[in-house]
Design a protein around this ligand. Structure first.
Ligand code: MLT
Length: 410
């Protein structure tokens, strides 16, 4: 008799974004003439920049010639990409991360979920509320939790509420946490963490022998020079943190797929006898067994963002989305909303009006304005009463959507 992984039964029926897609489809099927502006899932709209596209084509052409054809690539990623990342994202910024600490993958979504495999079942996992739902869902799937409570908290997870009162940066947990998911710039609140705030977490992890799983997928949107773009800007972090980064939002790779995870050689975890072990060989073992790498043309395309031309082109796109976020923030403030984020991040976090629930707000703006966003409660119970707008949209749609919302709530 084949037994299933019953942990899946503990989860809500559907993952957040497909559920939004389902509701939007239902609405558009019964209102085929209505225009719908999508600012829900953070999916890029601007095409790949020309230096990336050129490298991509070259990569494909190389595969078509016997002299340059490539079969399986290294499971960890090609050296040319790992070296470009180490140099540009870390070493040039004074951070001691080397190419062999970097593992290329097909997405931070996969890596933030898969990473749990190399850690034991008895780890206490701490997760912000609200936050990107993958961290909690994959913790449940991996069997580290009990059932969900009435409000949606799973037994066994340490939840760290992020609220207006703590400026959406959580307090240190009272209970001892072994694995701590942090995400900055934050998805969904669009808030950032200062050096002082991150230092508090690194010190906590050092003291408690914990590991921080730091999702920095949106670091490219940080414009304030005083805000850390990497957890490794904090002294000691290379001993207690894994960092996840992605080309998805930085360079429009949501469809193309390319990301990377940094597991420094000095990062350690412990066995049941308290003996320390480096984590990097375990992740390497996991990846070389279960993953055959990202395709060569995609890695070649990703490396192009580190050329002089690529850097300029990518910056222009990031600025375009940041400008969208700024327009959205301004228009929502004018409409009388309380608004957070949207300054060093592509997400704008809004408090609904008149204590409306997140899903009621979703239905209202979908049906009455044809605008799709993401209900805050989908990111965790503390997101109830809030709503997330994504700045990954075309400018004219951003303006049209915000004008419609202003009209709706005047
Ligand atoms: C989001 O909208 O939160 C993200 O696009 C989802 C993702 O990156 O997987």
């Amino acid at each position: 008799m084949a037994l299933i992984n019953e942990n899946y039964f503990k989860l809500k029926a559907g993952y957040l974004f497909p559920e939004i897609g389902r509701r939007v489809k239902e609405f558009s099927d019964s209102n085929p003439d209505r225009k719908i502006i999508r600012m829900g899932i953070g999916d890029v709209t601007q095409p790949l920049v020309s230096s990336v596209l050129k490298a991509f084509h070259e990569g494909v052409d190389e595969l078509g010639k016997a002299e340059t054809f490539k079969g399986y690539g290294p499971e960890q990623g090609y050296a040319f990409l790992r070296e470009a990342i180490a140099k540009n994202d870390y070493q040039n910024r004074g951070i001691n991360i080397s190419a062999d600490d970097i593992f290329i993958s097909d997405g931070s979504k996969c890596d933030t979920g898969n990473i749990q495999e190399i850690f034991g079942f008895n780890n206490k996992v701490a997760i912000c509320d609200p936050v990107y739902p993958v961290y909690a869902d994959t913790t449940v799937m991996s069997g580290k939790t009990g059932k969900s409570s009435e409000i949606g908290y799973f037994e066994g997870i340490i939840y760290m509420p992020c609220t207006e009162e703590n400026h959406f940066v959580p307090e240190l947990p009272k209970q001892k946490a072994d694995l701590i998911f942090l995400c900055y710039p934050n998805n969904p609140t669009g808030t950032v963490a200062t050096k002082e705030e991150l230092k508090k977490w690194v010190d906590y992890a050092i003291e408690n022998k914990s590991i921080i799983l730091y999702d920095a997928a949106y670091e490219a949107f940080i414009v304030d020079e005083s805000i850390p773009r990497s957890i490794y800007e904090i002294e000691g972090a290379e001993k207690v943190a894994i960092e996840f980064r992605s080309f998805s939002k930085t360079a429009g790779f949501t469809g193309t797929r390319c990301a990377f995870t940094v597991v420094p050689g000095s990062l350690v975890a412990f066995d049941a006898d308290g003996k320390e072990h480096p984590v990097k060989p375990l992740w390497n073992r996991r990846q070389s067994t279960k993953f055959n790498g990202v395709s060569y043309p995609v890695q070649k395309a990703a490396a192009a963002i580190y050329t002089e031309e690529g850097k300029k082109e990518v910056k222009k796109i990031i600025n375009y989305y940041l400008e969208n976020a700024s327009i959205m923030k301004q228009k929502l403030l004018e409409a009388g909303f309380t608004v957070f984020g949207g300054e060093n991040a592509p997400y704008v976090w809004v408090k609904t009006k008149n204590n409306m629930s997140s899903w009621d707000f979703f239905d209202k703006i979908l049906k009455e304005a044809g605008v799709v966003g993401t209900p805050g409660s989908g990111f965790g119970p503390s997101g109830e009463g809030y709503f997330r707008f994504s700045a990954f949209a075309d400018r004219e749609n951003v303006i049209e959507a915000m004008n419609k919302i202003q009209k709706l709530f005047q």
